[in-house]
Write a protein that binds this ligand. Sequence first.
Ligand SMILES: [Zn+2]
Length: 479
Amino acid sequence: MAEIRLHNTLSGKIENFAPQKAGEVRMYTCGPTVYDYAHIGNYRTFVFQDILRRFLKLRGLKLNHVMNLTDVDDRIIANAAAASVSIRDYTAKFVQAFFDDCKTLSIESPEHWIRATDHIDDMVKLIQQLQKKSFTYPGDGSIYYRITKFPRYGKLSKIDLTGIQAGARVDNDRYEKESARDFALWKAPKPGEHFWETPLGPGRPGWHIECSAMAMKYLGETLDIHTGGIDLAFPHHENEIAQSEGATGKPFVRYWLHAEHLLVEGAKMSKSQGNFFTLRDLFAKGFKPSALRFALASVPYRKQLNFTFDGLQQASSSVERLRNFADRLKQGKFPAGRRAGMAARIVRAAEEFDAGLSDDLNTARALAAAFDLVREANIAVDKGEFRQGDVQTVLDFLATFDKIFAVVEDDDGEKLRALGFGSGGSGLSDEEIDRLVAERNAAKKRRDFATSDRIRKELADRGIIIEDAKDGSVRWKRK
Ligand SMILES: [Zn+2]
């Protein structure tokens, strides 16, 4: 097997990966800020970290992976106050939606799901540690981090510190400025907003201290891997480093991995541009969870992903190709024995698949390895050259493939129904159903029963029943 190589934002290089403790990986992922429904750009990052953890597990490594729910945030506090509800009540709906979405996209649960509101004490203690070491100063009831006290500030994002003004401070958790500024560790309460009474005084934690405190509580002072979207590298992750390393004097994270942005039809996604999509928006348009997962996973994580509806349609076809192939092997009857060279061909595909993923999670290369094999095996089947003795070996390869990509096993119907799609409405227009029925009839005519059965099942999953009449005509109806 190839050495696992990952791009480390800290060094700017692709490095060999080895965890500090043999066989076990300590990993932290910045989770969603639960003030709204997460969008497909967020899920690009979450699918990336899912592929990463699945690959590390496939390589026999034990994962200790923590993902947080940021439920203390400027926007959450303000929105909850405006609605006169508690933080828990305000965020409950979005937290549930996020868990549902993850399940729908086959994103594995990390070993620890944690919430910022459950860890206020840990954040207070970390701020006290920083106070003792003079990394902080007070201002109007808030507590700020003094960046000039941490000379390594900027090492992750390579931000230019020449323009830094000592003592210039910022209260917002998120800031666009290209210059680094002292940030709030603890924020004084604002009238009408939720706050905690703590030894630091009344108030609430800043966003950055949340991740430092929670990551170190569960994973120790030095993590193996920290992941997030590239937009978090500055200021969020830079500030996490400053806080954690300031307090402990030890390296906080050994490998920083960041996923690139997602564009929609070549443009930045934004609500005002009308190109902003949640998962539910796409399911309502009739797309399946597997197609979306495939589309998000197919572009290597360090490349910008241009999300298009054509691309999503292609992803859907790719998933169908894999599923049809698996069905063809499972249902087909082939001559006994093994085909000369086939076993070696499958080994080569498995090696190339592994080599692709080892190469900084080059998912495009790993997918190509699988589709090359599928194409060649399909040709062998068409020519009557495929042998029964090779069936299980190819299915085993597909099973390994699915441990990472998780799209061959078809549970789209159940997932959509669980979200409330597919039972009330199919999400398909009459024209789309007519087209699928015609495709199914054509498949049946050429005796491609794997495809015809798949289309029948797909329609059934969406509540469409096909009826074959005795005279050979075909009708469909909605359940
Ligand atoms: Zn974070």
